[in-house]
Design a protein around this ligand. Structure first.
Ligand code: MG
Ligand code: MG
Length: 250
């Protein structure tokens, strides 16, 4: 069942989205070499709670952090840890959800710490550009397969790998709702978007192959070949003539 949001639902999701965007901005400002991923998680936790929200991820299926912080070859679901220090030259993927007034907003970004390689920069650019391309396509009548295929094509044509095992999703009263929003697919296939749908589009792209492995902690997902990975995500709402980004900064 895909839930259609009313305009007051969307206003509430937008308020959650503004806090979520602020938390990501706060993380970017705070990050520095030598900081642990646990310290960075605390910055995010205090931003969300001091603005009246609840971190959606904290306790979700037992997840112990308020954000997922994934360094370098970690694709997603990195658990914030006091033992994991961020270093100069790392790429840091931060995924955050905010719950406010009955609704969730979910977004992620990957940013560099200091100087990174040209190849790493290309990976970040390709991933974020493919997200913006997908958002630009999202409109009533457009099929999910068209969006999925566009993300896949954009990244694969630049030599990058598109993760298959984890996908975007509907979002609203629940953090994860129907439909699934894969980053690979066939044009002309899948559900047609309708006004009032809210979905999280989230390309997870690697510098090598698409295969991933989950660590024994039950969360952390790394690239199987050790290549770098980037992750960008926005929660968007389908409107009558296109879409709006609910997790854009105010
Ligand atoms: Mg997310
Ligand atoms: Mg998500």
């Amino acid at each position: 069942m895909i839930s259609i949001k009313s305009s007051s639902d969307l206003e509430r999701m937008r308020r959650a989205g503004i806090i979520n965007a602020g938390a990501l901005e706060a993380a970017k400002r705070a990050v520095h070499p030598g900081m642990s991923t646990k310290e960075l998680d605390r910055v995010i936790h205090s931003f969300i709670t001091s603005h009246g929200g609840k971190p959606s991820f904290l306790g979700y299926n037992g997840f112990p952090g308020s954000s997922c912080i994934s360094l370098n070859d970690t694709v997603i679901h990195g658990i914030p840890s006091a033992d994991l220090k961020i270093r100069e030259g790392d790429i840091v993927s931060v995924d955050v959800g905010t719950y406010l007034d009955g609704f969730h907003a979910d977004s992620a970004t990957t940013f560099p710490v200091g100087e990174i390689s040209g190849e790493a920069k290309r990976l970040l650019d390709s991933t974020s550009e493919s997200l913006m391309l997908a958002i630009g396509m999202a409109a009533p009548g457009v099929r999910l397969g068209d969006i999925s295929h566009a993300i896949q094509e954009y990244n694969e044509s630049r030599g990058f790998g598109v993760v298959r095992e984890y996908v975007g999703h509907g979002v609203g009263r629940n953090l994860h709702e129907e439909p699934e929003v894969p980053n690979f697919g066939k044009p002309g296939h899948g559900l047609r978007l309708m006004p009032g749908m809210t979905i999280a589009i989230e390309p997870m792209i690697t510098g090598g192959g698409f295969a991933v492995r989950q660590l024994g902690d039950g969360w952390t997902v790394k690239t199987r070949d050790g290549s770098l990975a980037a992750h960008f995500e926005h929660t968007i709402a389908i409107t009558k003539d296109g879409s709006v980004i609910l997790t854009r900064p105010e």
